[in-house]
Design a protein around this ligand. Sequence first.
Ligand code: GCW
Length: 803
Amino acid sequence: MRPALILSASLLSFAARAESGYDAWLRYQPVEYRGPLPAAVVVEGDSPIVASARDELIRGVRGMLGRTLRVESRAPAEGAIFLRRTGSGSSDGFELKAQGGSIQVVGTTDRGVLYGVFALLRRIALGESLANLDDKQSPFTNVRWVNHWDNLDGSIERGYGGRSLFWDNLHARTDLTRVRDYGRLLASLGINGCSINNVNANPRILASDFLPEIVRIADALRPWGVRTVLSVDFGSPQTIGGLSTFDPLDPAVADWWKAKVDEIYRAIPDLGGIVLKADSEGRVGPSAYGRTHADAANVIARALKPHGGLLLYRGFVYDHHMDWNNPKNDRARAAVENFRELDGKFEADAVLQIKNGPIDFQVREPVSPLFGDLEKTKPSLELQITQEYMGQARHAVFLVPMWKETLDFDLRVRGETTPVKSLAKGGIIGVSNAGLDENWFGNNLSQANLYGFGRLAWNPDLSPEDIAEEWALLTFGDNPKVLDVVDRILLTSWRTYENYTGPLGLQTLTDITGNHYGVAVEASERNGWGQWHRADEEGVGMDRTVATGTGFIGQYWPEVARFYESLETCPDDLILFMHHVPYTHVLHSGKTVIQYIYNSHYDGAEAVESYVNEWRLLKGLVDERRYNEILAQLEYQAGQAEVWRDSVTNWFFHASGIADAKGRVGRYPGRYEAESAQLQGYKVTDVTPWEAASGGKAVACASSNCSATFSYAGQAGWFDLRVEYFDQNNGAARYRAWLNDQFIDEWTAADHLPTQKIDGSSSTRRTVRGLALRPGDRIRIEGSPDGGEAAALDYIEIVEQKK
Ligand code: GCW
């Protein structure tokens, strides 16, 4: 028996150490901590949340210090770690205090005790001493929630980390282990609420026979102090309730909501509340009956009030059929226009949930002026953790610096210092969309965004630098070289991504009516969605001034409005969001707009290249699996950054007719277009939009096997070969590469990129490193299509080998 036992024990500990990213920042790896630590834990009270706190403390101390705390029911003379709650105070604060040989973890609520334990463990993990521990914290707001846009069938709207944690096939998942583990991650950050279904809500969520499914999920989250929150469809009184109307002022409708909410609370007494998206993007809403958003919010808020639940009404309401030809139309004005007049009409338990910017989670936006416009209504700030317009977890983009700018932005309400964080007391809410992928988000580095969101929701005064440092240390350990590289990537990544996808306030230049991922500069134009940048031959940018434009700027308080209205003071980063200017307009930086667009794209692509090179120096210093995964992600990103760079710069070169002063745009030394190669079977095809492929064209294979042969015309030397091909998601084409008659590489295009088309979203790069090339060499790429995937090629590029 014994050897078998020992074997399984060591297998277990090996499994625990395997770094899949599943443990995120709660890895509890051994640390050197030499300070005193009591040997026992004494717990007062027996709520499930406090039990989680106790077990977490034991788990963390065992992992990091190799000691198993004794659970004692009363204070031992030698001292102990005491977990207790005072029960006073409504927020989830805590106090940590070293006293004699003991440590007190005192929470104002059960959650406070749990958060205190996580804070204590974090200190140990960060190598901080506990000797003079004296720390008192209380959260910035009581509403620190995440929203999930999970559909009941298990898919996730704008989710990039696998399928839903919660749902599958119109039921709660049979195995909810992942939900429990997710609850733990959330609790470690102080997040206390989680909406579990899409704001584009399936009405079924409110069907009586569906309630047991929700109960199971609520039960899984509860021990971690995470309250379940539901998104509902406003038409539910009719579709689910069988009434003839969903008019919020109809007493039968009000009664229906009340009875429905009572029914839910009987099963889930600690439900956090309800999120409502109405009259937005095709959702039904109060406008069907000529009622207001306040009427809609209030009818549900009144039903929730007796139970202490909140109604979060989404401020994301706009007309998506706006006339593009009218230069006075402006989606950015929608929030204030829709909600300004309703200030004071909302019930006290209705909170307006407002996205950080006036458009939609773009790479850069100004702060939504609605925050400064409400006197009586409580606003909450909605941030997006899932990287919808931010590279969808295929690009590393750390969003904390952006969120910080929002939180700190001074709206100068009535001429006084008024940072957004002083207004967003109604809560801080993040759209998370974590999924079943082992590392939760599909990218190890994207975890930093959930971490940073939670830390900021608890304390918006933390700095991006401190948050990045903390996360890196907890996630990768304390090797200074690793910390240096991770910090640098994180802290520069937003600017880098902005540089190649949408500088100067252009917004993300992506396919805005489709996947929101790949490059498509004009996709935002000539349609009703209002994400316009109005670039033409003369100039670029939306004129939102009061003087000549849409008047959006006039929605800010005068000092801020003056600042944006004048070209003298409007910051470069937002100039094209606020103004329409000629390409030759000179920015504060001294560059013209067009030259800035060229430069930023080259800077951005170069920065990602440097991330790859720096990451490669960490081989052996980061566990192998995560090292390789992050390397692959960064290499992919470097290829995509180049696609973006070339697409956007060529598009603007074409539009403006002004050459790049540095001579880069349109000239690609070492590049050989597939359409100019010697083709067998491959057919030349136009790519839409044209800028998404080099030269506007690609070659696609219509038979079972095709080849493109390139004849090398450069000097002899050592080179890397880059093959730019298209990885559509409707097949797994095979590629093979030959140098003269020598086979050099093969791969399958089986990535999961969000397109079936040959376009900027599927454009992908394969690098074959270190080839000795001689003039006249032939490079042949063979492609074998699969399913709908055409083994398409854009070009090959021969670049001097990186040292
Ligand atoms: O950003 C847009 C997304 C939609 C989303 C909507 C919203 C859930 O593209 O997918 O719908 O915002 O926030 O409601």
